[in-house]
Design a protein around this ligand. Structure first.
Ligand code: ATP
Length: 234
């Protein structure tokens, strides 16, 4: 569904990605893991069009997106939940969610999607009129995921959705990703919780200093000796 081919990306003189290639298959969860500053967020930014690669291509169902600007990629169904959630704190939960449905395609199905999101996160239904900024961290993450779903993504990209959350909420977010995927959503997930991400993901890749050093089935990588030493402390 989504393919990155030989991506080199830079910030000024700093090369953040070196020849990164990966494929996210339709209906699957792909996890991208790695240490701080490995280039995970940059990879998502290349897909969403916020960083233009110096070399390489991003393809959505075979279509080269090189000349498609970021805002049009959302119309095509590439939707990102940014790291840090980026909600509008002085707007209500419902207003934040509805803002997600800004494309014509999403607007047409707004009410159905809103019911789906409230079904997924009943706490958001209970707090529809509450200011988003007054939600707990876990609820804010749910609202950010809900807002992204309102855009009717074809590929949902999540950048560290569990960052800063207590273990019980981390588990809840992983469970949600599993549910969304079971409902048919293709997911590209960036995570520092390596074990949980690899357990959930059908396929996964490890980035180190901008290089893709390992990739394979999630379960396969969990058993990889190098990965165990580097990320799981085993
Ligand atoms: P983290 O988990 O810390 O967000 P990451 O794997 O997502 O890490 P990136 O944010 O993609 O890593 O960063 C990759 C490299 O690019 C790092 O060396 C980082 O300092 C650099 N970088 C990221 N954003 C910018 C920017 N806007 N300007 C300059 N350098 C940047």
């Amino acid at each position: 569904m989504l393919t990155l081919e030989g991506i080199d990306a830079f910030y000024g003189d700093l090369q953040a990605l070196h020849d990164v290639s990966l494929t996210v298959e339709q209906g699957r969860v792909f996890a991208l893991v790695g240490a701080n500053a490995a280039g995970k967020s940059t990879t998502l930014r290349v897909v969403s069009g916020l960083v233009t690669p110096r070399r390489g291509r991003v393809l959505l169902e075979g279509r080269d997106l090189s000349r498609v600007p970021a805002y049009q990629r959302v119309d095509l169904g590439i939707v990102q939940v940014p790291e840090g959630r980026r909600l509008f704190p002085f707007m209500s939960v419902a207003e934040n969610l509805l803002l997600g449905a800004h494309t014509a395609r999403a607007r047409a199905e707004r009410e159905t999607t809103l019911r789906y999101v409230y079904g997924l996160f009943p706490v958001l239904a209970d707090r529809q009129r509450q200011l988003a900024g007054s939600l707990s961290g876990g609820e804010q993450q749910m609202c950010a995921i809900g807002r992204a779903l309102m855009a009717r993504p074809r590929v949902l990209m999540l950048d560290e959705p569990t960052l800063g959350l207590a273990p019980v909420l981390v588990a809840r977010i992983f469970e949600t990703v599993r549910t969304i995927n079971a409902d048919g959503m293709t997911v590209l997930l960036v995570e520092q919780n390596v074990r949980q991400a690899l357990t959930l993901a059908h396929r996964a890749a490890v980035l180190e200093s901008g290089h893709l050093v390992l990739d394979g089935r999630g379960a396969e990588l969990l058993g990889d000796e190098r990965l165990k030493r580097a990320y799981l402390g085993l």
